[in-house]
Structure formats: C-alpha cells, structure tokens
Design a protein around this ligand. Sequence first.
Ligand SMILES: [Zn+2]
Length: 495
Amino acid sequence: MPRVGIIALIQESNTFLPGITTFEHFRQDLLLTGEQVRSHFADAHHEVRGFFDGLARANFEAVPIFAARALPFGAIEPAAFDSLLKLMLDELESVGRLDGLLVAPHGATVAQSHPDADGYWLAKVRQFAGPQLPIIGTLDPHGNLSVDMVNATDALTAYRTNPHIDQEQRGLEAAELMVRTLRGQVSPVQAACFPPMLINIERQCTSEPPLDQLVAAFEEVRGHAGVLSASLLLGFPYSDVDEMGASALVVTDGNLPLAKSLADQLGEAMWSGREGLAGTFISVEDAVAQARGLPGPVCMLDMGDNVGGGSPANGTWLAHALYRHQLGPSFICLYDPAAVTQAESVGVGSRVRLAVGGQTDDLHGTPFVAEFLVKFVGDGRFSEDQVRHGGITEFNQGRTAIVETGDGLLTVMLTTRRTPPFSLRQLTAFGLDPLAFRVLVAKGVNAPLAAYQPVCPTILRVNTRGVTMADVTQLPYHHRRRPMYPFEVKTTWQR
Ligand SMILES: [Zn+2]
C-alpha cells in the first residue's frame, strides 16, 4: 500500500504590522504532529481533510506528519520559524519510507529571516525527499506565488473561491492527483506566469464582476486536453516581498511547454483586465450616506481592519461614524481585553463608562467612549458546522463581553482574542439576532461574505484606514517589484 505523508504550514503574514508572529501564536491556534493531525481535521471543511479522504478512497495509507497554523498577523520571528521547520523535518524523518507527500502551504507566509517562507520550507522538504518523490499540494489563492514554490513541488492547486468554500474539494483534488501519479497514470509538471500587477482586495470576490470573467477563463483552461489544474493566484498585497502580486499556475500531464504557454495566456488575460481589478474605494462618509437608503441589515466591510488579513481587530472608524450619524442599531466586534475585564468587574446588568477599541495607533482610529450597559460576560467559544471561509469549526475568542450604548444604537462585542468574522454564530451563539440590526460591521473584505451574505441584502466595502487598507498605494513598500501596476500606473510588462 503506497504511503503518502501530509504536511501543512499555514499563516498569512502582514508585514506592515509592527507585531510579529511567535511560536506561541501557532501553539494557541494549531500545532500538531502525527495522528493528532488526522483527528483535528476529521470534521473540518479543510484541504487537509480532503487529503485524508482522497487517499482513503484509493486505499492509500495517509501518514500525518505535521500541521501548524497561526491567525494572520505580522511576519514570523526567526527563532519561531526555525523551531517550526525543525519540528516539521524531524517528524518527516521519523515516519520512515514515503511514496509521496501532500503539502498545504498558504503561499503568503513571511518569516523575518526568509521572506519567501513557503518557498523555503518546500525546498527543504524537497531536499529531504529527493528529486523523484512526488510533492503535490494546495495553495490559498491569496498566496504570493514564487519560483521556489513552483520548483520545489510537482503540482500545486489553489482554492478557486473567495470566500474560500472549496478548500476540502481542492485537498481532495490534490490527493486524487497524487493517487494517479503514484499509479503511473499521469506525471504532473507545472509552470507559472507572473504579470507585474496586483488585484485589489476589493476586487477579489470570485463570484463578482470583473473577477468572475477571469475565473471563467481559468475554468476554460482546465478543460483543455492534458491540463491537470489551473490556478488563479489573487495575491496578498499586505506582504511586502519580492514575489507579492497576482499570478497564474498551470499543471499539465508531462507537457511543460503546454503548461508554460497556457500560464502565459492566462497571465495576459489578467494583465489586460488590470484596470478593472483596481479598487474604487468608498469612504466611510459615502458608505454611511449610501446605507441610509438601502435595505438592512447592511453589512459594512471594514477593509482597513481586516482581521483575516492580519489587522489588530480594534479599529473604530466605523463605530464612530455609525454612532455619530445615528443610522440605527449597529453591531461591531472589537478585540479589547482591558474593556472585557472592566465589563466583567461590574457584571451583567450594570452600566459602565468604557473606552473601547482604537488602542493600536492613529491609523485605526481613537477609542470609542460611552456609557454602556453590560449585557453578557462569559466564555467566547462557539462552533460552526456550515462550510465557511477558512474551514474553521471551533472558534475561541476568549473571555467575551457584549455591551450596548444606553440609546441602543451601538452593540459592541468585546473579545480577548482577535477573531475574524467568518461565522454568524459569533452573534447567534450569544443570543444576538443579526436581523435586529440596521448595520453589521464585519472586519474583512471577502472572507465574511459566506457568513453574512445570506442575511444581509446589502454589502458595502468601506475604505477605512488601517494596516489592511484597500488603497495599498498608501502603504510604505520596500521590497515589492518595480514597476508594478497600479503603483506605477504606466507600468509596461517586459515579457
Ligand atoms: Zn485566503
């Protein structure tokens, strides 16, 4: 029975944050070896579960080795990255002979010591495994694909949806490709194309125009004879690294020239659509004015404080604006451990003056100060069984408080752990009815849609300031390629 190892290392690194990702961040989220990996992902809508299921269907032996994930945040500190790699490679060595490896890198992981962290660890794994062992895997489409990632692996396939609701299917696809490869039915080779452009985060929803056109072009290429996979990498603009940007990746059955020409063709399609893929940037004031005439609940996406993109989760621009303009009952979630402690000290049913959020820096707004009624204090765990972005089933936002301004205009959920808004259970598990609000603030751009679209007839992406602000031309890059569209508007592509 063929034995296939499974390795996952997933983190999206926002290099514009002063904070760094430590080993403890991985320990808090996910750091598993051996059989623990299998049991953790058994019920998750995640690519690692897809790996296990795909191998099991073919009666291949899955050998879980290592899985680590940390919530998107700053670059990984050097010692933490070394420790993760050592653990991964020690575990890999300990499992003995393998016939193949299934890998799940994110693609936008940055270590301070290795800007192309994914390329680095995949190359280490390749070095250990030797040139013949098939290494096949998945990518998050927010990955900033690098030549090293492509060279270290035989085939990579990215999720096709944003919000990511097909992670499990892509894991299954990678496992099936591994099975066919080990049976000698196919021999995957891959090539990538890197047009010098980025796709603005505001335009990264795969079901909305104009990106849906590009998504269709990739789908069409997947139908070509000899093509095993074609992936649109949207890129992650908040990693200031050389490989930051959008790219196309095509896997064919042993035909490298075909892979190259199809990747180039898709790269051309991306390049010719670049202007439509730049953002439009609705200001906070415009969003509030628009929301007035639109059916509720209105979901306002706080793009500058995109928790899934690594932001602090305590930005207050929208809290201030919604309250000032009295739009109606509004909901916002803020990471604020000190305010949770204060609410807890007075207890449910009491009133207390709090200054919530806005503690990070000037970029994310000032604290919102008001007298609040404490409505809930307790453990912030909740579970999600539906397919949602990220494939997370168990959420833990730590001790949590829900407070409301005296006039009922603003309900604030305060957490002691940064929690991305990927699940509406974040409200319903605590007795909050999403339909009771005029505006729901979700600190994200596209990822929250899987949860919020079913209840919000109106979605507004708001160009708030913050470390994940949509207008990336305002961010201080040092390492990106130059020239690059839209930073240098007149960029020409030297093919
Ligand atoms: Zn992603």
